[in-house]
Design a protein around this ligand. Structure first.
Ligand SMILES: [Zn+2]
Ligand SMILES: [Zn+2]
Length: 371
């Protein structure tokens, strides 16, 4: 069967042929890939910035944003059956007995760094025809979500960010037990930084969590991303037309900044106007090396102290975040089906993958259609 792989040793990207993988253990599930989303991570791996093949291989099969259909299950598989749609998780735990996060099902907090990630680090990804994986890492998707389920993995980033926000903001001492049990963004303002897939899906997730949400992104209106964002009732504000101070003046106290742009200078610019008791969550990974940046560190530190602020980073996602993504995308589809579908710019055959990975990114989310 065909797959799209990167060979870091030879600096090559292209099609490879692999044997069709058999089930080898009772807890395993075999699925045929239907769709795989392409993102900046894949492009960076194709520039050989990072990405490592599994043991014994020269190449790494790409792809971590997958949607598959179960074709075969092992005898100990209890929740999945042939014909089910699944979204596979990306990260797999390390094996260290001392890694409490991995031993507790939270490899997204792995302390050893010896975790593996499908399509990124030491495990083949999903840009291929058939895959075998273990049941606990496969999230069942309702059949009616098939045409947008490929967005589940990028949405899981926002879901983990929200989980972290609720947990960190538990620190606010006046919250009642009732409020802590049912966290909500009601009465709070969130700024979504960036209007790529992680930004747009984040804006949807923050909006249904109750936040007064705005998207703050570079391009001037009119543009397609702004149109999508405003179609579900979230204002889009261009950073070229409104500076961070004007943004804060316009929308009031900024309780949350959700960063989804991956560039430091713009993010720290906005951190400057984070409000009282605010929290900033970073999800993007800036490329490097870059020249040293200058930003007003004194002001940011002063604000962090005087305004009780928090800045945290979040990587990857838990099983729970994937389950929330499935729940929320169902809700998005009830409210804004056209906006969700519009995030997927185009679907392409596997044979187009190399051009998409090496060419300039143009759309919002390009998807490879495999099965
Ligand atoms: Zn991705
Ligand atoms: Zn670990």
């Amino acid at each position: 069967m065909n797959a799209i792989a990167v060979n870091p040793g030879r600096k090559e990207v292209g099609e490879v042929t692999l044997p069709n993988p058999p089930l080898t253990r009772d807890v395993e599930v075999k699925f045929r890939m239907l769709e795989v989303g392409i993102c900046g991570t894949d492009r960076e791996i194709c520039r050989f910035d990072y990405g490592s093949p599994p043991d014994g291989f020269e190449h790494l099969v790409l792809g971590h944003e997958g949607l598959g259909e179960v074709t075969e299950v092992g005898s100990e598989v209890s929740k999945l059956k042939k014909g089910d749609l699944i979204v596979p998780m990306v990260r797999r735990p390390c094996t260290s007995p001392d890694c409490l996060p991995c031993r507790s099902g939270r490899s997204d907090f792995c302390t050893t760094g010896a975790f593996r990630e499908r399509g990124i680090k030491e495990m083949h990804g999903f840009m291929t025809e058939h895959v075998v994986d273990e049941e606990p890492y496969l999230c069942k998707v309702p059949a009616e979500l098939r045409d947008v389920a490929v967005l589940m993995e990028p949405l899981s980033v926002a879901e983990k960010a929200l989980e972290q926000i609720w947990r960190v903001q538990d620190r606010l001492p006046w919250l009642t037990p009732e409020a802590l049990a049912k966290p909500s963004g009601e009465g709070k303002t969130a700024v979504i930084l960036g209007a790529g897939p992680i930004g747009i899906l984040g804006a949807m997730a923050f909006k249904i969590a109750g936040f007064n949400t705005v998207v703050y992104s570079r391009s001037k209106k009119p543009n397609q991303k702004a149109e999508i964002v405003e179609s579900f009732g979230v204002p889009y504000i261009s950073a070229l037309e409104t500076d961070p101070e004007q943004l804060a003046e316009r929308i009031g106290n900024i309780d949350v900044v959700y960063e989804a742009i991956g560039t430091a200078v713009n993010s720290f610019d906005v951190l400057r106007v984070l409000g009282m008791n605010g929290i900033c969550v970073f999800t993007g990974i800036p490329g490097y090396p870059k020249p040293h940046l200058t930003f007003d560190a004194e002001l940011i530190m002063r604000n962090m102290v005087l305004k009780n602020q928090v800045a945290i980073g979040t990587v990857n996602a838990s099983r729970q975040a994937f389950d929330w993504a499935i729940r929320d995308i169902g809700e998005f589809m009830k409210r804004w089906p056209d906006a969700v579908r519009a995030i997927i710019t185009d679907r392409h055959p596997l044979s187009n993958a190399r051009n998409l990975l090496l060419g300039k990114a143009t759309g919002i989310k390009d998807v490879l259609q495999i099965g």
